[in-house]
Write a protein that binds this ligand. Structure first.
Ligand code: ASN
Length: 329
């Protein structure tokens, strides 16, 4: 019997529609329901028995922590079902990288979980959603995709949910991983070149089944003439951690250091990431992290560091433990 793949639809451009075929960039996201998406792809029956569920119908820039928790709980429940072999999540591309990392950190299964989206609506000339969805279902139906953490399939590439980010906002080759894709999927066949080494899914100390709420973690951006207005506002708002997307090595402007130290003194975790596209932040490299008791996000971009910080803070508020977690996940 063919593997059973469940497609959880959340919206995005892959469910989008434009006024004419020439509208590849002007369209409304989150319009087409999941059963219509699946009906438009009869070829799916060649790779799997597919069932669809409409979990949300939103553009992913509007995802909230509540959406993350609800989606994670549904994925976790389905993964436990013996009659489910793989899960595909259709999702907007704007925040897909954050959802993928969240699931990578918290869903305890070795079954393939594959997120997929598109850069053009299905109504456009050379739309990319149909082949992306076909590839996602074929990866989710394949045994060799198990145990590699949560995956994203876009543009024939199989990317790690941890490493991948949306690199370009207007091309079908939109997603990149700083360390490269894990493999390719072509005509429903997977070609693997790498496997993740960071902890994920069944090897994670975090479990969505135990997470009922996510703490407030926000991000401030570093730039020339940086000021402390945002830092102080987030402090007043009661964030549990603040991600600082610093210039260069994740550096902090001299005029911002004191306000970050004040927040740290109030128990807020300060996590240094970098605004540079492929950051690689090390402890005490240009900034005295040991002295200030700050955490570094290593190669995680600010939006990824936020996801890991939220999940980690459900278990610990110890900065040394947080740093261990940032090295391991
Ligand atoms: N290509 C897309 O899916 C973009 C859209 N704004 C979304 O994230 O839902």
């Amino acid at each position: 019997a063919k593997p059973h793949v469940v497609v959880l639809a959340t919206g995005g451009t892959i469910a989008g529609a434009g006024a004419s075929a020439a509208n590849s960039a002007t369209y409304a996201a989150a319009k087409v329901p999941v059963d219509k998406l699946l009906a438009g792809l009869p070829e799916l029956a060649n790779v799997a028995k597919v069932s669809g569920e409409q979990v949300f119908q939103i553009a992913s820039e509007s995802f909230t922590n509540d959406h993350l928790l609800k989606l994670g709980q549904r994925v976790s429940a389905l993964a436990k079902q013996a009659d489910v072999d793989g899960i595909v999540i259709t999702h907007g591309t704007d925040t897909m990288e954050e959802t993928a990392y969240f699931l990578n950190l918290t869903v305890h299964t070795n079954k393939p979980i594959v997120l997929v989206g598109s850069m053009r609506p299905g109504t456009a000339l050379s739309a990319d959603g149909a082949l992306n969805l076909y590839s996602a279902v074929s990866v989710a139906a394949s045994k060799d995709a198990g145990g590699k953490g949560v995956l994203i399939t876009m543009n024939d590439e199989i990317q790690s949910g941890r490493d991948v980010h949306k690199h370009i906002n207007i091309k079908t080759e939109a997603f990149k991983s700083q360390w490269g894709p894990l493999g390719m999927v072509v005509e429903g066949k997977n070609y693997w070149f790498r496997a993740p080494v960071k902890r994920h899914t069944t090897q994670s100390e975090f479990n969505i089944d135990d997470i009922k709420a996510l703490p407030a973690v926000d991000i401030v951006y570093g730039y020339s003439n940086m000021n402390t207005t945002g830092i102080e506002a987030y402090g007043k708002a009661g964030v549990k951690a603040l991600i600082h997307a610093g210039t260069g090595n994740g550096s902090v402007a001299a005029q911002a250091v004191e306000s970050l130290k004040t927040l740290r003194g109030q128990g807020v975790q300060i996590i240094r990431s970098a605004r540079v596209p492929d950051g690689f932040v090390l402890r005490n490299a240009e900034q005295p992290d040991d002295k200030y008791d700050w955490v570094v996000a290593h190669d995680l971009r600010p939006q990824k560091a936020r996801i890991l910080a939220m999940v980690a803070l459900t278990k610990t508020n110890d900065s040394k433990e947080l740093q261990r977690i940032f090295w391991e996940y």
